[in-house]
Design a protein around this ligand. Sequence first.
Ligand code: ZN
Length: 292
Amino acid sequence: MHDHLVRVVSPDGLFRAAAAVTTQLVATIVEKQKTDFTATVALGRLLTGGALLGCLLKGKQRLALSVEGNGPLGKMSVEADAKGRVRGTVRNPIAGLPPAGDHFDVAGAVGKAGFLHVWKDLGLKEPYQSMVQLQSSEIAEDLAWYLTSSEQVPSSLGLGVELGRKGDIAIAGGFLVQSLPPGDPEKIDALTERIKVLPPTTSMLGDGLTPTEILAQIFGSEDFHVQQEMPLSFSCPCSREQIELMLIDLGRKELLLLIEEEPQPVEVVCEYCRTAYEFNHEQISELMKRAR
Ligand code: ZN
């Protein structure tokens, strides 16, 4: 099944939901990031969560999620847009935590104490920013807690990444369900009960269920309309121009240090896609003229 996301809404408008298969997307990104098994699962979950939250955006809006705990991974960052384009990176790709059976200690790799930061460019003057404390550090619950407490939209998420024997991505995917105002307590209870007994997303996808069929399991006898079906893909919008602005931001002093201490050409690597941008000393001197 190719990577895609399906977004639906109930006819009464009280629920909206999305489900996605993200296998290739996660595989492409973790290969670039050279993550070990546990880091792969952790980043795969956040990437899938990013794709699911991204589908609630419109037009040119973008969103960035970062999870920073006191565990060995340091900081994981994921960005997504309304068109299903996703990128992600992790500061320390080696969690160094051996899996116990088929369980990966994501919470241990992230660290129990820390924060989830959410940043959204909604096309307004100032970007939207929010931050919540990590709840379980297993990612899905943390994102659900952010949506429920900070955005005030009661939400439930399931995120799954299943690895093959060699650490390759066998299946990845997830779902997001949200209760919209005014809310129907009875229907919410019924839905919550169905989610509780739902098999893991990866087993459902492994059994050949499509995202729409997973949503049908969640909605039970409730009706829903498919609003959107879109492909998901890895995409990094980095450019030489953007890297130049980042260098200018470093300031004159730092740039002078680069010229004095670094051999030519100075290489700046995009942390997301690993593209290397080269600058010779002359080009850096030119950038210095535009720096503080
Ligand atoms: Zn890039």
